[in-house]
Design a protein around this ligand. Structure first.
Ligand SMILES: Cc1cc2nc3c(=O)[nH]c(=O)nc-3n(C[C@H](O)[C@H](O)[C@H](O)COP(=O)(O)OP(=O)(O)OC[C@H]3O[C@@H](n4cnc5c(N)ncnc54)[C@H](O)[C@@H]3O)c2cc1C
Length: 458
């Protein structure tokens, strides 16, 4: 009988957790371990909103383990050094870990394997913990990954998924393994006021409510900005408080057009993971270059600041950017149109926008953020890379009576109906009401002409 370590990373749950199940099956005692990884902090990836959500997740994971007779062991430092240290203290034989796709995660796995093997211990990596279909499981004939979503989705949909695993009944942790104290979100500066609560318990409650009622209308309403009719499960998927395999099974079990549309979105996560696993450099470099000579943060500083602060003069763009700052989350339609505005209308490098999103998004994720930004910028996997979203048309279509704009743009609260999308056309006295709201920082026609020139399509 062994002692095993389960190294939790982006899989902070007890339900449907293959590494934990495998560790418990083989071992007498298990050390559930989380390391506040200095490498992640040094890479600038430890943003306040995600640290706050993480604190909730760790507390909830510890509470769940304690209900089962165990506890979470928490350390901080270099992840490999800390795992080896705990392995020596617990005289562990093996370590279980969820596979992950970023260059950092892949390097971490290699380093960990080498260090553990040098000490005579084994590393087991489980590949359907943070995704439903693992990268590399399905590939097209002539490549190591799919570069276009539609054929990927067809193949993905035909895959049989593993079954869902129950949460363990009991977990025995060896005596005498020291742990740091649990973090708390209240101690953290810079957290968005409207940030959602984290943790597996919270995630499961949200999932149950979503599947019981709201998912049915998802196909029709997912683009309705004011309706806020998407699942908001993205932070739970990012931190792994919910399992993608379980989500797909449960959604399919329910059936109907809403769940089909929802499952399709879950496939986008896996799609991005298999792209990044095969091309880790796509986190920072064009996946498909269009030879752009983007404006940089330095050359476009004023425009970038107006975009970040939600004062571009285009109401739906500003509403979405203010939602991001307030909640640490933004509706998908908002992400699409604010990213298009930055990269195409303002012609600013997609990395500038991606970095700002990562500073604030609670679900900020290397695969989903960087590859969605590339998709919008036309350097990624979009099959129509030169399309430009018009923020006025987008506003009128996805926020037809202006409710979303009025919710987030205080200056425009007194403007009724869809007129709120074009405040520059207002007549007195409504113009007086909107007085403090800025004029557009750019004419859309000018932005479009510059972009077309840059892409050689004028
Ligand atoms: C510029 C830009 C940046 C983005 N950055 C991130 C990010 O850092 N992290 C992140 O999780 N999502 C990101 N997305 C994708 C998407 O906007 C969010 O996943 C979604 O808005 C989350 O809300 P929800 O959970 O209510 O989604 P729902 O509409 O309920 O969808 C269910 C789940 O499907 C997945 N999903 C949906 N759309 C996408 C997509 N386009 N790509 C990948 N997965 C998707 C998410 O995990 C989501 O939780 C980004 C999109 C854009 C355009």
């Amino acid at each position: 009988m062994y002692v095993s370590i389960v190294l939790f990373t982006a899989d902070l749950r007890l339900h449907d957790h293959p590494p934990l199940r495998a560790a418990l099956d083989g071992a007498r005692e298990v050390v559930p371990l989380f390391v506040h990884d200095r490498g992640v902090t040094d890479a600038g990836f430890a943003a306040p909103n995600r640290l706050a959500f993480l604190a909730d997740c760790l507390r909830d994971l510890d509470a769940g383990l304690r209900e089962r007779g165990g506890r979470l062991v928490l350390r901080s430092g270099d992840v490999v050094t800390e795992v080896c240290r705990v392995a020596a203290e617990a005289e562990a034989d093996e370590v279980h870990l969820a596979a992950d796709v970023s260059a950092y995660a892949q390097a971490r796995e290699r380093r960990l394997r080498r260090a553990l093997e040098a000490d005579g211990r084994r590393l087991h990596v489980h590949d359907t913990v943070t995704c439903a279909v693992a990268p590399g499981t399905v590939t097209p004939a002539a490549s190591d990954h799919f570069a276009v979503f539609t054929p990927y989705f067809r193949t993905w949909s035909a895959q049989g998924l593993r079954g869902v695993l129950r949460a363990p009944r009991s977990v025995r942790v060896p005596e005498g393994i020291a742990s740091e104290g649990l973090p708390s979100r209240t101690a953290l500066p810079g957290v968005s006021r409207g940030l959602a609560a984290g943790g597996e318990t919270e995630g499961r409650v949200r999932l149950a409510a979503w599947l019981r009622t709201d998912v049915a209308a998802y196909a029709d309403r997912h683009d309705d900005l004011a309706g806020d009719a998407t699942s908001r499960l993205s932070p739970h998927l990012h931190f792994g408080t919910l399992s993608p395999v379980e989500l797909v099974h449960r959604a399919r079990g329910k059936g109907g057009p809403g769940t089909e549309a929802f499952v399709r979105q879950l496939a986008w996560r896996d799609f991005h993971r298999q792209v990044l696993a095969a091309r880790p450099a796509a986190a920072g470099a064009d996946y498909r270059t269009r030879h752009d000579r983007w404006r940089s943060l330095e050359t476009a500083r004023e425009d970038v600041e107006a975009w970040r602060e939600g004062r571009t003069g285009y109401p739906v763009v500003d509403a979405a950017m203010r939602q991001l700052r307030h909640e640490g989350w933004m509706h998908n339609r908002g992400r699409l149109l604010t990213a298009s505005f930055l990269t195409k209308t303002l012609y600013v490098d997609w990395r500038v926008g991606a970095r700002y999103f990562l500073e604030l998004l609670v679900d900020g994720d290397v695969a989903d953020n960087q590859l969605n930004w590339q998709w919008v910028a036309g350097t990624g996997t979009d099959t129509r890379p030169h399309r430009v979203l018009n923020p006025v048309t987008q506003g009128k279509r996805y926020d037809p009576d202006g409710t979303y704009v009025r919710r987030w743009v205080e200056e425009l609260r007194g403007v009724e109906g869809r007129a709120v999308h074009e405040p520059w056309k207002l007549r007195d006295p409504e113009r007086a009401v909107a007085g403090a709201y800025p004029d557009p920082i750019i004419e859309l026609a000018d932005g479009l002409a510059r972009f077309k020139r840059a892409r050689g399509r004028d």
